[in-house]
Design a protein around this ligand. Structure first.
Ligand SMILES: C[S@@+](CC[C@H](N)C(=O)[O-])C[C@H]1O[C@@H](n2cnc3c(N)ncnc32)[C@H](O)[C@@H]1O
Length: 360
């Protein structure tokens, strides 16, 4: 299949139609409408988080080209067990996952460089059956790298990436049915409670009955293992955190002294999540040029830039069951550190009105 880096510059709202046309034209990458990480979207997000008390920044903007590259480097650190563990589970069970779902389209949210997905692509393209793969990511550079690497390895994968947010992809899910929607890396753990509820509701609203959802989740475990994973000895995660502020300097016209900003990642036992902060060692002013606004940050202040919630399966099961998903398989590793869940969307038309609502 001929593929080109055709950007479908779509500023209109009819993305499903545009997407169908892009697939028909063999586009390798489609820009979702209004969701690219424009400087203004970044500026507004930074201003919202810094106007709040305590201050926060949205984790989505960690992933510019350098952030995506650094995340890949994090996944290779000896302390960072989630990627290795999930990869082993996928290597062992990709064939069984395909046996359950049958030959379907693979759609992946937050696909990054799609490294682990290659286990699934191998299983789904076995016997030379072509498989459509639709990765979705805000990082244009990660999608391009994935497209190149998959084209080199697989001749029978039809790749159409969506450069946009998770949310931007939901309206096209119906036309990609039958499918397995893939969400790896425990990225669901980056949501706060309200975002998680809203995410489940969106997936339930857009994924037709009979379609599958393959979800990777990191489980609650020993605090030392968790804290080591997010404070690797080589300092790659610290560079990932600092890169957020380098991006703010580069794109928003700030002039922060990065040497006075320190990465800190700690376990919150009450909320059962890792919390990643940037701690400021000196008073600094953060100027957001596109909005002409300045924010004061005090010495000693911590800004929350990412959370990574860890899961207990019974509680998670109550959550997805409430949104109309059935558990078809659960795969874990020997230490029970990580789980890969294969869910099936059931027909619950009559129950929709009773889905939980976000609390804020
Ligand atoms: C933690 S990485 C996981 C990458 C890969 N799935 C893995 O398991 O290694 C999260 C990925 O999701 C992307 N991402 C973060 N927030 C996003 C959003 N709101 N919409 C779409 N992609 C997002 C990032 O660019 C990044 O590639």
């Amino acid at each position: 299949m001929r593929q080109s880096y055709t950007y479908v510059a779509n500023l209109m709202s009819d993305f499903p139609t545009r997407f169908r046309e892009a697939v028909g034209a063999g586009a390798a990458l489609v820009q979702a409408p209004g969701t690219s990480d424009s400087v203004h979207a970044f500026a507004r997000s930074v201003a919202a988080g810094l106007s709040d008390e305590p201050k926060w920044l949205h984790y989505r903007f960690l992933y510019d080209a350098e952030g995506s590259r650094l995340f890949e480097e994090i996944t290779r650190q000896p302390e960072y067990y989630p990627t290795r563990t999930e990869a082993k589970i996928l290597a062992k069970h990709a064939g069984e996952i395909k046996d359950v779902t049958g030959q379907v389209t693979l759609v992946e949210l937050g696909s990054g460089y799609s490294v682990k997905t290659e286990y699934l692509l191998s299983a789904y393209s076995r016997d030379e059956e072509p498989v459509r793969y639709v990765p979705v990511d805000v990082s244009d550079s990660a999608l391009r790298a994935a497209s190149r690497s998959i084209a080199e390895t697989f001749s029978d994968v039809e790749f159409t990436g969506i450069n946009g947010t998770y949310r931007s992809a939901f309206p096209v899910l119906r036309q990609l049915s039958p499918q397995v929607l893939i969400f790896l890396g425990s990225s669901i753990g980056n949501f706060n409670d309200a975002e998680a509820t809203s995410f489940w509701r969106s997936v339930a609203d857009h994924l037709p009955a009979g379609n599958f959802f393959l979800l990777g989740v990191d489980l609650v475990k020993d605090v030392d293992v968790l804290e080591a994973a997010y404070n690797d000895a080589a300092g790659v995660t610290a560079r990932f955190t600092k890169n957020y502020f380098a991006r703010i300097n580069g794109e928003l016209g700030a002039a922060l002294d990065l040497s006075q900003i320190e990465h800190s990642a700690t376990w919150n036992p009450v909320l059962e999540r890792m919390e990643i902060y940037a701690r400021f060692h000196a008073d600094q002013q953060l100027y957001v040029e596109p909005l002409d606004q300045t924010f004061d940050i005090s010495a000693g202040e911590r800004i929350l830039i990412e959370v990574s919630r860890k899961y207990r399966l019974p509680k998670l099961q109550r959550e997805f069951t409430a949104f109309g998903f059935d558990l078809r398989r659960v795969f874990t590793d020997e230490k029970k550190w990580y789980a890969l869940l294969l869910l099936e969307r059931i027909d619950d038309t009559l129950l929709r009105a009773s889905y939980p609502s976000p609390t804020r």
